[in-house]
Design a protein around this ligand. Structure first.
Ligand SMILES: [Zn+2]
Length: 617
């Protein structure tokens, strides 16, 4: 199976110091999700667990026999799907239960039990893909031709066969598999350093008290109004990384060399070809989006200079890039208001969507409020055989209204997929997963901008939109460009030194943000402390998915002919085709520079609107 993104997207929880006031039992049931829709009681969960445990060894009987007949192959794939679906259902229930209140030991026990059984289930089915790859392609095509019921698996099988040219001999594959702990070690080492060994110092808070820095706190401080604190946090944070810099650089260099090693042994000319082939994406797509961004960085440069002027700074530093603009006055929205705003904002999605949205917001899908022991942040998750579930910690902020729009977008995407896709294609690619959620956000932002009479609220929404494009689009392209630079350095026989990482990260940073931003040596460390660089060519998908969502939302708002219908088709599709073709069906051709160009144009318009608004008295 291709690597799919689960419908569980965790969001960063804004508040670091807040304490939940209520116990879960004190919250009105109308604001809680209904887990009984998955399993009415824990006893029924236990019986399903026992059934799964008993059925798992049945896969064993198919080992080494998949080429015998199409009927046997079909039986095996169906059994594997049903076991995996049941395992997922048990896991979702246990983990949602646990997230209601992390302090409950009984829920933790359910989660641990299904984690362990779940890994036995996947390991029992792990022979299938490698065994299929040993079967002659013509034989599989013959199976597909003669067995109509096998058609469901056509895309899955053909995708597997597509990769066959890069599969090595049994002996070589075995060597590579045995080298797994070595090839996976770099990302582990990075995590151990970054999450274990590293500890940050303290800075003084607003009142002059010591404040222990953490990554989460640093990111909150960077969005705060106190420049002295932002600067201190920036220096303190980076001071820690300087101590580890040679080790981090050596480890990243080793990881990039590992990428090149794997690309070569699998007969790919470059790491980019190797990485993108996983989703069957032509390398020209990647190169085009980088070129399209580079051709028009002016709006981002303009935003830097507006920021500098509004904040009244002599020099704009990286720790000023996310600071409030001074007019940000938080407004609050009740839960009922939030639902109304989201429903109004998503009206352009049409009648069916609006009806389903109401159902989603009012039928036990959502766990609304914070309570003691509850998981923080917000996410959407669910099973193939039940409705979706959304966890929120609704606190009335504008951000939380958008979290609702975002997560309900994922939820409805899952809800529609289940109606059309078989289990094997349920779930989206990393590429397409965020389209349904960010398209909703885009529609809502446009709606609120058009409706709001309150200048401060408008500034807040514009700032949110602008910063979202910077974070999800520009930054991911800049990171992608850095990835390209470090992989190409190795491919042409060059060395990856600390200096190379520093210089190339800084150059791209400066190019994207333009001349107003004054960088210092601390800004050069970024390339060596970002986890994603250990997953080659991953983040460009964020940028491309984001651009696709902007195009879709614009086409819907402009009432372009066929736009809504195409997007509705997209919502019914999981992973039964390649991501580029799925997006094409949604009306977005990411093989052309258009989506990126349109997103940059939108960014420019938002910046102009903000400038106009801020100049008004
Ligand atoms: Zn999401």
């Amino acid at each position: 199976m291709i690597g799919l993104s689960a419908f569980a997207i965790l969001l960063f929880a804004g508040s670091l110091w807040a304490q939940a006031a209520k116990e879960r039992s004190e919250i009105d049931p109308q604001y809680k999700w209904k887990l009984e829709d998955i399993y009415p009681t824990v006893e029924s969960w236990n019986s399903a667990f026992a059934a799964l445990e008993a059925a798992t060894p049945r896969l064993e009987a198919f080992k080494g026999r998949l080429s015998e007949s199409p009927a046997l192959l079909l039986q095996c794939l169906e059994l594997n799907d049903s076991l995996s679906s049941l395992s997922h259902r048990l896991r979702v229930y246990a983990n949602l239960k646990l997230d209601e209140d992390k302090r409950v030991g009984a829920s933790q026990e359910l989660a641990d039990r299904i984690l362990s059984l779940g890994s036995r289930v996947s390991s029992a089915g792990s022979f299938i893909d490698p065994e299929l790859l040993t079967i002659d392609s013509t034989k599989i095509q013959e199976f597909l031709r003669t067995t109509p019921k096998l058609q469901v698996y056509r895309f899955y099988l053909e995708n597997l066969l597509r990769t066959k040219a890069h599969v090595l001999s049994d002996k070589e594959e075995d060597i590579l598999a045995k080298a797994g702990p070595v090839t996976n070690s770099f990302i582990n080492t990075f995590n151990i350093i970054d999450n274990g060994d590293i500890s940050f110092g303290t800075i003084k808070d607003e009142k002059g008290n010591d404040l222990q820095l953490t990554k989460g706190r640093t990111s909150v401080i960077m969005r705060g109004p106190d420049r002295r604190m932002r600067r201190d946090a920036f220096y303190e944070f980076n001071k820690t990384y300087w101590k580890y810099i040679n080790g981090l650089a050596a480890n990243l260099a080793a990881s990039v060399n590992k990428d090149y090693f794997l690309a070569q042994v699998r007969s790919y000319p470059t790491c980019l070809d190797w990485s993108l082939d996983g989703y069957n994406v032509p390398t020209s797509v990647f190169r085009n989006i980088i070129a399209a961004a580079n051709a028009n960085l002016a709006p981002l440069h303009k935003w830097a200079s507006i920021r500098k002027r509004i904040l009244g700074l002599d020099t704009l530093r990286s720790y000023d890039l996310y600071a409030p603009l001074g007019t940000d006055v938080p407004k609050t929205y009740t839960w009922e208001e939030a639902k109304q705003i989201v429903a109004a904002g998503l009206t352009p999605m049409g009648k069916t969507y609006s009806t389903d949205l109401q159902m989603g917001m009012n039928s036990g899908w959502i766990d609304v409020y914070e309570s003691r022991g509850k998981e923080s942040g917000g996410y959407n998750w669910g099973t193939y055989t039940s409705h979706p579930y959304i966890l929120l910690n609704y606190n009335g902020s504008l951000e939380e209204v958008f979290t609702l729009a975002h997560e309900i977008g994922h939820a409805l995407h899952a809800h529609y997929q289940k109606q059309r896709e078989p289990y094997i294609y349920y779930g989206s690619y990393m590429f397409t997963a965020e389209v349904a959620s960010t398209c909703n956000e885009a529609l809502l932002m446009k709606h609120m901008l058009a409706k709001s009479k309150d200048k401060k609220e408008k500034v807040l929404i514009l700032k949110r939109y602008i910063e979202q494009i910077i974070g999800t689009f520009y930054t991911q392209l800049w990171y992608s460009e850095f990835e390209l630079a470090i992989h190409e350095q190795v491919e042409k026989g060059g060395a990856l030194s600390v200096d190379f990482f520093r210089k190339s990260f800084r150059d791209i940073y400066q190019k994207y943000w333009g001349p107003e931003l004054v960088l210092d040596t601390n800004n050069e460390l970024g390339g060596m402390r970002v986890y994603h660089f250990y997953r080659p060519y991953y983040v460009y998908q964020y940028a491309l998915g984001y651009a696709a969502a902007q195009v879709v939302s614009q086409r819907i708002l402009n009432k372009e002919k066929g736009a809504l219908e195409a997007y509705q088709q997209f919502l019914y599709t999981g992973s039964s085709d390649y991501p580029i073709d799925i997006l094409k069906e949604a009306g977005v051709d990411v093989t052309t520079p258009e989506p990126v160009a349109r997103t940059i144009k939108l960014f420019g318009e938002l910046v102009d609107e903000m400038e106009k608004l801020l100049n008004e008295k």
